[in-house]
Each structure stands twice: as structure tokens, then as C-alpha cells.
Write a protein that binds this ligand. Structure first.
Ligand code: ZN
Ligand code: ZN
Length: 611
């Protein structure tokens, strides 16, 4: 890393602060020898890549990439690719709230940058149909309109929420085919097939004046995918050869996991065995409603064991219908039975395929677990399979559902007990493979929590990407790609935009209050004062929720009223004539008492009225 000293001061500083390569020890093995050379010559394993120098000479406008979400959290993926002042939006997802966001329904990317530059947005391209990539569209489209491009299934899945928001009529959805290359706004976009936990996902190659910027989308390298549609590594390799890949942005979700993610088709085999071993008993399987290949495998395993299937849950029914109409899900009509008719059939001949694998409170499985599902009641002989892994933050909810199912006597099979689930994201072996095939000049890890991106950045350096060209970004960061390479280029607002019924009403201040209310409760005091006679009128009224239980703590509340009364009298005797100042005196005196007696710090709301 000695040659780092030759870099401009600013770049060096960035390297120390945020370029992951600093800590990525394995880099030296491959990268150090090459690093002193000119950018076009330093590519490991391909010293003969001379034509690139010519291409560079012709390059035009720089490419700016603005990260609006998904870097530092799982969810709300959104970025902008900008050339010549024109903007392409890449995905627009939601994030599900953390437990420390009470009352929040969803979290969106901060759209203020896009709103301010609305007239520059030429289109929105989607990698795949998951909600963390498409769920925000229904909100973004209220503020700007642009055509949306994605696979037929992706735009079909995305349209559900857009329709619910009443925006479908004024939205142009464009379905693109595998391998298609299209001019969209400032660049050619090539849609390259990848395997993931929803069918017809894409990596996107942006053909820009600076060369190819490749975004992996969410992906894994499944060599035996259920539909036979593999990640098109050959095409990526061809792009790497000619014209070369200037910048790779890739999915970091499983960057901490060594090895390779098993093929989706392994789950089918597990399911068949589990079904066979539980002949004669009713089986209920929960999975993601968008995981069409999983649904296919559950259907196949059930049918192979002489069972009919019934679908349960609104999104499951919607997605099954959509996928069947697109020919992505093949189910014989005779295999499907309406869930309302399963009571008439022998349990051993039935498989219910349900939503709720994440323990979502109002989902079909959660309602079954507490005996409140109108259609399916859990019986002691039932087998419930949860064919999913809880996404971070949902572990507790899923655990509770599993526990409640046990209380009802069901046997529960989840990913901790049997391999009924595999991830849709690439592990280290696959991430290394992608880096080896694409041989990018520069790399930015995306889609992950911070630690995932750090590990992915280290992986890239160890695979030979020059460490000063591996840039660890977070939400709001902007990078620029030009002839000299990739560099940071400022930042834009990218905070959380909370949705609680409406968008944007709930800010950090509101959440802080909610957390305080949840943790410590609230004490409200209403006191009347006569500012002329400087007397407290009547006894102040102390009302509380969540501090002490009022009926059990009458003495304490009376004492609190007294303390407040005394504090007000003293403040007025000292000359205070302003209700604002008197309120402060109330808060101080009551705060002291509350803390001394209960060692708590509830929210104190003084209301002093001058009569
Ligand atoms: Zn995904
Ligand atoms: Zn994702």
C-alpha cells in the first residue's frame, strides 16, 4: 500500500476514513504489485487489456450515482444514475420499521432530492419485484411521473401497490425481456437475467459515456434454478471483455457468509421428504407470497404426495393468479381447491399454502396461531412448515407465532429444524465469482447493513479491485465516475421518511416522544393560577399513563399535586407572572419528585392556566 502516499491528499484522507481497503489485508497478495501502474494497466490477470486506453480517450460526460437508500440497512433500496444532468432512478423500495419506531407502518427513502429534480427524471428501472425495491413507487409517483421498466412479473408485482394508491392509470409500466437493451433517458440499459428469491430478477448494465456500470440487483448464482433461468454470467463476462466494466455495484446481504448459497431446487427435495413422512396429516406451509418458485415446489411436493393445495392470504392469492397468468407457475386446475372447501376433505389430502412467514400480526399464519383465522383452525395433528427465514427484526414475531402454534398442538418445522428454506442472496463464494467474472475497475458494495458492505468491500479488494477504487458508501452519498476513476462527490439528504397513515407527518421528534412514552410513560399536570392575587386556584390535577397506576398510587399523586402547588406559589412569590415560566417551575419540581420517588423519567407535560 506504499503507493497510496502518491495519491492526492484528499483521496488519501477518504481512503483512511471510509475506503474499506485500508483494513482489507488480503489485498496485498494480488493488488499491491499492480497498484502503481496506470489505471488501465493495473487490472489483475489481464495485463493485455490495451484497447481500453483508446476507449478512455473517447469518454465523455462523467456518471454520477446518488444513493438514496439501502446502503446501511436492509430495505428502501433506491439510487439515481445521472449522465449529462439526466436521471434514471434505480429501484424504489420500502423498509419495514424497526421495533424502535413505534406506530410507523413503513419507512421510505427521502424523496426530496428526486422531487427537487423531478424535471430531470427520465425513467425508473426495477431490478426485481420485492417490496424493498418496488414498494416505494406508490409514494414516489405522487410527486413525479416517469415510465417504469422491469420484467413482466416485476412490473406486475409493483403495480399492486400503485393500483391501491389510485395511480395506475397515469403510470406507464414497460415490461422488458431477458437480455433486452433499451435506451432509457441518458443511457442504454441492458437487462441481464439473475437468479433470486423472486422469478425474473435482473442485473442492470448501464452503458454510459464512461463505459459500463453494472448493478447486480439482488442475486445468487443458482445453477439449478426451478425455472432453468440462470444468472447470465456469460453475458457479464462478455461485457467485462468488451468494453470492460468500469464500476460494479453488488448485493452485500450475505457477504459475511462463507461458501455458496444452496440451489432453490434443494428445498423441493426436502419438502417432498417431509410431506412423505407426514402422510395422513394436514400440512400448512407458509412462505413469501412473491417467492413463486417456492410456491411451485410446495405445490409439486404436495401433488407428488397425493394432496390438493389451497391458497390463503390476499397477497398469496394475488401473486398466484398473476404468476399463473404469466405462465410462471404451473399448477393443474385439479390440484387447486378453494380454502373454504377444505373442511370437506380429509386433512391428509390437503396442503394449505399461506402468507405470514414473517410473523406479520395480521397475516393468515399469525391469525391461525391465535385461533382467529376464520378459514383455517389449527388442529393438534396439523403440521406447519415455515419455509422462510425471518428477515432481521422479525425474529421475535416469528418466534412468538411458532410458540403459539405449539400451544395448539401443531408440529412446527422451520428453517432452524430442517432445510425448508434457502437464501436468495449470494454468499462469499458467489460474490467472489461475480468479481472474478466482471473484473471491475471500481466497486461499491450495496444492499446491506453496514457490516455486510464492509465485508463485501474487503472481498473486492482481495479479488484485485484497487483499494482506492473500492468505495464504501452510505445512504445519501454521491460518487462520480470519470476518466480518472471513481471518487466521492458530496452528498444529498437521505434520512428516513416515515409513513404512519400519511407520509411525512412523523419525524424524528415525534418518534423520540413515542419512545419516551413507551419507555417511561407520561405525567400531565393541570394547574390554575390567579396572576393578580398570585394564588394557586384549587388543587393542581395530576394525570398519568404509564408512570404509576393512578388507582394504586393515590398518595403519590396527591403529594405530586402538593409539590406542584408549592412550586407555583414560590415562583409567583419570587415575581414570576408568565405561564411559560411557571410551567418550567412545575416541570422542574415534579421532575425532581418523580425521579426521587420512582427513579423514572416520564414525559412531563405541565399546563398552567391563568384564570
Ligand atoms: Zn430481493
Ligand atoms: Zn432486496
Amino acid at each position: 500500500m506504499a503507493d497510496k502516499a502518491k495519491k492526492p491528499a484528499q483521496q488519501k484522507r477518504q481512503g483512511q476514513e471510509r475506503t474499506a481497503g485500508r483494513d482489507a489485508k488480503p489485498a496485498a497478495a494480488d493488488g499491491s504489485k499492480a497498484r502503481g501502474r496506470a489505471p488501465e494497466a493495473r487490472r489483475r490477470g489481464r495485463p493485455d487489456r490495451a484497447p481500453k486506453a483508446k476507449a478512455e480517450a473517447k469518454r465523455g460526460a462523467p456518471v454520477r450515482i446518488v444513493f438514496l437508500g439501502g446502503l446501511g440497512e436492509i430495505g428502501r433500496n433506491c439510487a439515481c444514475i445521472e449522465v449529462d444532468g439526466r436521471i434514471l432512478v434505480l429501484d424504489c423500495g420500502i423498509m419495514f420499521p424497526d421495533p424502535d419506531m413505534p406506530g410507523v407502518d413503513l419507512v421510505l427513502p427521502d424523496f426530496s432530492y428526486l422531487k427537487e429534480n423531478e424535471d430531470r427524471v427520465d425513467g425508473i428501472v426495477l431490478t426485481h419485484g420485492h417490496e424493498d425495491h418496488t414498494g416505494g413507487l406508490a409514494f414516489l409517483l405522487r410527486d413525479l411521473s416517469a415510465p417504469i421498466y422491469g420484467s413482466e412479473l416485476t412490473v406486475g408485482l409493483a403495480s399492486n401497490r400503485i393500483r391501491e394508491a389510485g395511480l395506475l392509470e397515469k403510470t406507464t409500466l414497460v415490461a422488458v425481456r431477458d437480455g433486452e437493451r433499451r435506451r432509457i433517458g441518458p443511457c442504454d440499459v441492458e437487462f441481464i437475467p439473475v437468479t433470486h428469491s423472486v422469478p425474473h430478477a435482473f442485473a442492470l448494465a448501464f452503458h454510459t459515456p464512461q463505459g459500463v456500470v453494472l448493478h447486480s440487483g439482488d442475486f445468487k448464482l443458482d445453477l439449478q434454478p426451478v425455472d432453468g433461468r440462470r444468472t447470465d454470467l456469460a453475458r457479464m463476462g462478455a461485457l467485462a471483455e468488451n468494453p470492460g466494466i468500469r464500476l460494479l455495484l453488488a448485493d452485500s446481504t450475505n457477504a459475511e457468509e462463507p461458501g455458496f448459497t444452496p440451489s432453490e431446487s434443494t428445498v423441493g427435495e426436502t419438502l417432498r421428504q417431509l410431506f412423505a413422512a407426514r402422510a395422513g396429516r394436514r400440512v400448512i406451509v407458509a412462505c413469501f407470497a412473491s417467492h413463486i418458485h417456492r410456491v411451485q415446489q410446495i405445490v409439486d411436493a404436495a401433488a407428488a404426495n397425493g394432496r390438493q393445495v389451497a391458497f390463503l392470504g390476499r397477497s398469496m392469492l394475488n401473486n398466484v393468479e398473476l404468476s399463473r397468468s404469466l405462465g410462471l407457475l404451473s399448477i393443474d386446475d385439479g390440484v387447486v381447491v378453494d380454502v373454504d372447501d377444505i373442511g370437506k376433505l380429509d386433512g391428509g389430502k390437503i396442503c394449505v399454502i399461506s402468507t405470514g412467514s414473517q410473523g406479520e400480526p395480521m397475516s393468515a399464519l399469525s391469525l391461525m396461531a391465535v385461533g382467529e383465522n376464520k378459514r383455517v383452525q389449527i388442529e393438534p395433528d396439523d403440521v406447519v412448515m415455515i419455509s422462510a427465514h425471518p428477515i432481521p427484526g422479525n425474529e421475535w414475531s416469528v418466534g412468538r407465532v411458532i410458540d403459539q402454534l405449539h400451544r395448539r398442538g401443531a408440529e412446527v418445522i422451520h428453517s432452524g429444524k430442517a432445510p425448508v428454506h434457502v437464501s436468495g442472496h449470494a454468499r462469499q463464494g458467489e460474490l467472489r465469482t461475480l468479481l472474478a467474472v466482471t473484473r471491475p475497475d471500481a466497486f461499491v458494495p450495496v444492499h446491506g447493513e453496514y457490516r455486510h458492505m464492509v465485508h463485501h468491500a474487503q472481498l473486492a479488494v482481495s479479488m484485485g479491485v484497487p483499494s482506492d477504487q473500492v468505495v464504501l458508501c452510505e445512504d445519501g452519498d454521491v460518487v462520480s465516475l470519470d476518466e480518472s476513476g471513481l471518487r466521492r462527490d458530496g452528498s444529498v439528504p437521505a434520512g428516513y421518511l416515515y409513513v404512519d397513515g400519511t407520509v411525512g407527518d412523523v419525524g424524528h421528534g415525534v418518534l423520540r416522544d413515542r419512545r419516551m412514552l413507551a419507555d417511561e410513560g407520561v405525567v400531565m399536570v393541570v394547574a390554575n393560577v390567579d396572576l393578580h392575587s398570585t394564588q394557586v386556584v384549587g388543587t393542581p390535577r395530576v394525570i398519568t399513563r404509564g408512570w404509576v397506576h393512578e388507582t394504586e398510587a393515590e398518595d403519590l399523586l396527591e403529594e405530586a399535586a402538593m409539590v406542584v402547588s408549592e412550586a407555583l406559589a414560590k415562583a409567583m412569590a419570587d415575581g414570576a407572572r408568565d405561564t411559560e415560566i411557571l410551567s418550567r417551575a412545575v416541570r422542574r419540581s415534579l421532575g425532581a419528585l418523580v425521579s426521587e420517588r420512582t427513579r423514572r423519567r416520564p414525559l412531563i407535560i405541565p399546563v398552567v392556566l391563568a384564570v
